[in-house]
Design a protein around this ligand. Sequence first.
Ligand code: BES
Ligand code: MN
Ligand code: ZN
Length: 489
Amino acid sequence: MDVRVVRGGFESCLGEAAVCLLTEQAALPEALATALLGLPAKADRKASKVTVLPTYGRLPVEHVLLVGMGDGAKLTSSVLRQAVGQAANALRELGARSASAVVWGAEELAPCEAGAALAEGLVLSGYRFVEYCADPGPAHSLAQVTLFVAEGEAAWSSSVAQGVVKGELTAVARDLVNTPSNHLMPADLVRRIASLAECYGLGLRVVDEAELVAMGAGLILAVNAGSAAPAAMVVLEHRGGPVDETPLGLVGKGVCYDSGGLSLKPSESMARMKGDMAGAAAVIGAMCAAAQLGVRRNVTAVLPLVANLVGPASLRPSDVVTALDGRHVEVLNTDAEGRLILADALTYATRDLGLSPVVDIATLSGACARALGPVFAGVFGADEALVRRLRDAGEAAGERFWPLPLDEGYADLLKSSVADIKNVAGSPSGGASAAAMFLASFVGDTPWLHLDIAGMALTDTEGPCQPKGATGMGVRTLVNLMMSECCHR
Ligand code: BES
Ligand code: MN
Ligand code: ZN
């Protein structure tokens, strides 16, 4: 998608259609008010409400789209993103290939946030996953949008460019999550990551199964033991900061399929488990975006890749496995596999690579999904300032996080009578925090955040910027966080 920013007002609009995004309070642009004489000018300004008006030659464009943004006092970048998505979908229905846009009455929004939200809305509203459809439906035509701004075109323009990149890499993450697991086992995912790394200029190291055995990553290997295909761990590097800067660490859960293992899931909940590598997908997208945007921070990603299946060598409930950090873990439920692979990856990220701070992102617990529903993901962290920065990064991205507790009280539930720790508490209550405390025991003193996106990775309800299926949640938040971490070293 080609999005340009040009200084000018509504009268400059060109292309096949002109979009005017308006808050309830904003007066119509003068050129539009004049042209609309005699036409139904009283458009509904409710957020995301689109009114399509043919211009009958009164303006140099064929259609004007009046798009509401609701109450200007409540305007956020999310409202703008959704309204733009709705408008872009209406443009696609009109078959428009090019359009102009103006944003009216959004003075409260800083151009550095608004431009990105607008571009993200344009890019993400057009996302479809048609890889396996013989008839992919009508091709989406909208390819070029010119945004006219009254002032500050440099700020708008750089923010729009960032939004395009963040939107495109959110789409890459969605593709990975939507791809069924028979087409995306660890080796396939490694190939996809390698070609992205090459394309975006990221450092890449693939730790294969033999090396995982040699290093003693017993938890990653144990989870993958029921699978006929080998496990892997991928390390991606973006070097945007000074050579001596400690890299920020990103760790993403990469369970290509989660059947539950011998603690088998019921079929209804199993069908969503091709998306159990959404944490890894978010990290992959964020790393590529960081490279393309030239984020001035060193960042290293660690991605443990497995499939949790049933086979003759499957991990069994009651097995005791040696973790990479040397501790013994009693596995009482093989469906609590995410924390196992993340534990070894976190040991590697903190102890071996010395990354700090470290942020992990994972579809970790049904308990988190039940607690927060499809509205918020969970964030866990002892460093309140870091939690605050993550939540701000998320709000700017339209991805929301709510803090849940990390507390020794939950760690007590993980005491084992036969090993150093067990992977599940006796009862499911408090499951999201118990899972988080399991991870906490593998990060040592490293400042760390855990993001649980179990309820957010896939959606059953479509929205203006989102068809059913993968959301790509986390890509934009992580990019925003990396950018904010440049000033918090
Ligand atoms: N991948 C699941 C968590 C999940 C649930 C993701 C719903 C997306 C939607 C995870 O591996 C899992 O199975 N967790 C178990 C843990 C339990 C056995 C302690 C769960 O939450 O039921
Ligand atoms: Mn599981
Ligand atoms: Zn899982």
